[in-house]
Design a protein around this ligand. Structure first.
Ligand code: CDP
Ligand code: MG
Length: 140
């Protein structure tokens, strides 16, 4: 499997509860390397642009508001098959369905406030990484 990079976001419900380190430990324990990372606060418009693929979904407004409700940690994770591996470490979108030991099983509060985002394919990973980071900020 190829070395990939994926965009990860530690969401406001998790930064608020001081879980950044515990979540990063799960990524690193799984062999993912954090090659870029910054803590920022999104505006609702910036969150809306990031999630525009979901613009027609009923939860879109709430999702944008939530993502702008507190600091997020945006990061680039690198490793063998990083996109799928990160999705595995994250667990299912709804924490009620997330496998034991995953970030969402342990930390997520609800299907909306579910602690982490991770890219779902190589194309979306490239677009999402470029949304937050310049090439100079990625140090493998
Ligand atoms: O984040 P993931 O890729 O697992 O799920 P998604 O289907 O791409 O949805 C993006 C985000 O929208 C989720 O992580 C949730 O925060 C939110 N969402 C929600 O609030 N209610 C749903 N029924 C589905 C998703
Ligand atoms: Mg998704």
């Amino acid at each position: 499997m190829a070395i990939e990079r994926t965009l990860s976001i530690i969401k406001p419900d998790a930064t608020k509860r001081n879980l950044t380190g515990k979540i990063n430990a799960k990524f690193e324990d799984a062999g993912l390397r954090i090659v870029a990372q910054k803590r920022i606060q999104l505006t609702p418009a910036q969150a809306g642009k990031f999630y525009e693929v979901h613009a027609e979904r009923p939860f879109y407004g709430e999702l944008c508001e939530f993502m702008a409700s507190g600091p997020v940690v945006v990061q680039v994770l690198e490793g063998e098959g990083a996109i799928a591996k990160n999705r595995e470490v994250m667990g299912a979108t709804n924490p009620a369905d997330a496998a034991p030991g995953t970030v969402r099983a342990e930390f997520a509060e609800s299907v909306g406030e579910n602690s982490v985002h991770g890219s779902d394919a190589p194309e979306t990973a490239a677009v999402e990484i470029a949304y937050f980071f310049s090439g100079l900020e990625l140090v493998g």
